[in-house]
Ligand binder design. Structure first.
Ligand SMILES: [Zn+2]
Length: 287
C-alpha cells in the first residue's frame, strides 16, 4: 500500500494561526526562509528516495521561480496552493476564481522558465487551511473549472476552529463534477473522524501514534495522505506574536522533531506523489 507525503509550500509567516501577528501588507518586509526550508525537505526526500507532492503558493512561486523548477527537476509533483493564502470562505466566488487563475499562472511561468524541463501538468489543488467547507458550495466547481483534476481541500472532520466538513468520505472519491476529492489522513474513532497525520498533529502526537494511524488507514485499503510545511523543518524561525497561547503552541510545538520523525516514517512506509496514488480514478486530461 502506497502513502502520500504532501508539502504545502508557504513562508513561515503566512499562516492563518498567526495572521493577526503578521499583516498581509507586511509580507514583503519579512526575510524569506522558504528556499532554505524547501532545500532541507528536498535533501531529506533524496536520502529516503521518496517523491512527494508540493502544493505551492503562487505568491511564493512568483518570488522563487527557480525553487519551483528545482522541485520538479527532482521528480516531485507540482500542485497548487492558491495565490494569496486567503481562506476560500473569506472570498467571493469571483475572487476565488481569480486567485486560482493567478496562482496557476505563477506556477506555469516558473516551470516554463526552467531550461530543459519537460512540460509539467498541474493536476491538483489544496486550499489554505482546508477552507473548502459547506459555507462555499461553489468552490469545487470553480476548482474543476480552473482545470484541476483533483482537490485535497476538504477536512472530513469537525471540531477544529477553522475547518472541517461532516459527512464527507475520508478517502479519495469522484465528485459529480468529475473532480477527484482526496482528503488528508484521518482516523475514525469513537464515531468521529480525527485529523492525525499532518502539521501540528504530526508534531504533537508521539511517533507511535502516527505509525499506528498509517497502518490502520492502510488496513482499510487506502493510502494515508500526510501534510507538512517547509517551516515545520525550521526550528530556528523567528517567532511571531499569535492571537492566543494555544495557537502559538500548536504552531511551534516540537519543530525539532519534524525531520527525524518524518525520516523514520518515510523509511518504514512507501510513498508516491498524490497524482500517482490517484491515477486509477483521475478524469482524463481535457475531460
Ligand atoms: Zn497553507
Amino acid at each position: 500500500m502506497h502513502n502520500v507525503l504532501s508539502i504545502d509550500v508557504e513562508e513561515h509567516f503566512q499562516v492563518h494561526n498567526l495572521e493577526t501577528g503578521v499583516p498581509r501588507a507586511d509580507w514583503d518586509t519579512h526575510a524569506s526562509r522558504v528556499e532554505a526550508n524547501v532545500q532541507r525537505v528536498l535533501e531529506l526526500l533524496e536520502r529516503s528516495r521518496v517523491r512527494a507532492t508540493f502544493f505551492i503558493l503562487g505568491w511564493v512561486a512568483e518570488r522563487h521561480p527557480r525553487m519551483v523548477a528545482e522541485i520538479a527537476v527532482r521528480g516531485h509533483e507540482i500542485a497548487c496552493h492558491g495565490y494569496g493564502h486567503r481562506l476560500v470562505y473569506s472570498q467571493t466566488r469571483e475572487q476565488f476564481a481569480e486567485d486560482l487563475r493567478r496562482s496557476l499562472g505563477c506556477l506555469r511561468e516558473a516551470l516554463a522558465a526552467a531550461p530543459g524541463l519537460p512540460p509539467v501538468d498541474i493536476l491538483g489543488y489544496r486550499a489554505p487551511s482546508f477552507s473548502v467547507t459547506a459555507a462555499v458550495p461553489w468552490a469545487l466547481d470553480e476548482i474543476r473549472a480552473a482545470g484541476f483534476r483533483y482537490d485535497s481541500s476538504i477536512m472530513p472532520a469537525t471540531g477544529h476552529d477553522r475547518y472541517g466538513m461532516a459527512g464527507v468520505s475520508r478517502f479519495a472519491h469522484v465528485l459529480p463534477n468529475g473532480l477527484v476529492e482526496c482528503p488528508v489522513a484521518t482516523v475514525r474513532l469513537g464515531g468521529r473522524n480525527w485529523p492525525i497525520a499532518g502539521g501540528g498533529y504530526f508534531r504533537l502526537f508521539p511517533l507511535a501514534v502516527t505509525r499506528w494511524a498509517l497502518r490502520r488507514i492502510n488496513r482499510e485499503g487506502h493510502p494515508a495522505v500526510i501534510y507538512l510545511h517547509p517551516w515545520e523543518f525550521d526550528p530556528d524561525q523567528p517567532r511571531v506574536a499569535g492571537p492566543s497561547a494555544w495557537m502559538r503552541f500548536r504552531h511551534y510545538v516540537n519543530l525539532r522533531q519534524t525531520a527525524p520523525r518524518l525520516e523514520r516514517v518515510l523509511n518504514e512506509f512507501t510513498f508516491v506523489p498524490l497524482r500517482e496514488a490517484l491515477a486509477g480514478i483521475l478524469p482524463p486530461p481535457g475531460a
